[in-house]
Design a protein around this ligand. Structure first.
Ligand SMILES: Nc1ncnc2c1ncn2[C@@H]1O[C@H](COP(=O)(O)OP(=O)(O)OP(=O)(O)O)[C@@H](O)[C@H]1O
Ligand SMILES: [Mg+2]
Length: 323
């Protein structure tokens, strides 16, 4: 069961509390022991928008909330952050290709661009001013900001450079769960949400880790691979205090060139140290991708049969089958 089931527990509790009857907001607050009026109001608006409750306001009285009797189906969304604190290892390439391949397998998917470099959005040639930044700062609703991509079944929450300014705007604990709260609004529309993270430890990456249930870590087999993994593990351990189900979903060896000095040796070391956590599939080094400095495999029809594209197809299967 996906993480968003946990978030939706508040919605389930509200519906249970209502039963087939009607209650005032005050009564709901008291019965459920919820002191945060904003949180309760947001949950009620969400339930009303999705047709689970109706809300009416009798003259001079408190709002009254009534169940419509519709059966609640908690979303089973899997939220995966693609992260490595090291730059240029293939996070965006992985997020873009994996999300496209999961969508191709018939699973409705949302790609979230959490990087101010906006490479994933650039890939889809989307330069909207309404994107992750405005969603996180509550200037826009997430549903308005999400756009369809040219890949069937794949939507994107785009980013732009404004996102670089978000850091200063989310100080403290409450700033960590902005993305998670926004994704809750659309969680039941997607089976997979894939987050492309920036290459740094920032409020943006922490937001991604607080929203995700698992992390895919792309890396290159170089001398920094194990160190970057250890650093990321420390960060994940810290974030687990706030998001206990967060875990490494898999380490993904990328840009692999077996003929390269020490590549095979480092691959072995990674597999020894992270035995159950390393994907069987390896993404080979792809000359065309490297030359064009692009992530554009799913849109590039000529590349459809390229080994790299096939590898991402197999990765998508591994991710889907690993449940
Ligand atoms: N399998 C591959 N073979 C060859 N080149 C690749 C491969 N994967 C990614 N690249 C290239 O490596 C570069 C970095 O990839 P990408 O942008 O996906 O990394 P990133 O980790 O998202 O970078 P950043 O940290 O800047 O966000 C790009 O030029 C991309 O085209
Ligand atoms: Mg990137």
């Amino acid at each position: 069961m996906g993480k968003y089931y946990l978030t939706m527990m508040s919605d389930v509790k509200i519906l249970e509390c209502l039963g087939h009857g009607e209650k005032t907001i005050g009564e709901l607050k008291k019965t459920l022991g919820i002191n945060d009026a904003k949180f309760l109001n947001a949950a009620i608006s969400r339930l009303a928008r999705k047709g689970y409750v109706t809300v009416r306001k009798p003259w001079f009285r408190d709002f009254r909330v009534k169940s419509t009797g519709r059966t609640y189906a908690p979303p089973n969304t899997r939220v995966i952050a693609v992260m490595n604190l090291k730059g240029g290892v293939g996070k965006t390439t992985t997020a873009v290709n994996l999300s496209a391949k999961i969508a191709e397998a018939g699973k409705k998917t949302l790609l979230v661009d959490m990087d101010p470099q906006a490479s994933a959005s650039f890939h889809y040639e989307i330069s909207s001013t309404v994107g992750t930044y405005k969603v996180l700062t509550a200037e826009a609703n997430i549903s308005e900001a999400i756009t369809a991509t040219c890949n069937k079944g794949l939507d994107i929450l785009p980013a732009n450079l404004d996102l670089a300014g978000a850091e200063a705007e989310f100080p403290g604990y409450s700033g960590m769960s902005k993305l998670r709260k926004s994704l809750t609004e659309v969680a039941d529309e997607y089976e997979y949400i894939i987050i492309d993270c920036p290459p740094s430890l920032s409020m943006l990456s922490i937001n991604a880790l607080c929203a995700a249930e698992s992390v895919i870590v792309p890396l290159e087999c170089d001398q920094y691979a194990l160190e970057s993994l250890r650093n990321l593990e420390k960060v994940i351990d810290e974030v687990r205090k706030f998001n206990p189900i967060l875990h490494i979903g898999g380490i993904l060896i990328n840009k692999f060139r077996p003929q390269e000095d020490r590549a095979a040796e480092i691959e072995q070391k990674i597999r020894q140290n992270y035995k159950d956590n390393t994907y069987n599939i390896i993404i080979p080094y792809d000359d065309a991708t490297a030359k064009t400095c692009q992530t554009n495999v799913p849109m590039n029809m000529e590349a459809i049969e390229a080994p790299m594209v096939k590898a991402y197809g197999k990765l998508a299967k591994e991710v889907i089958n690993n449940g």
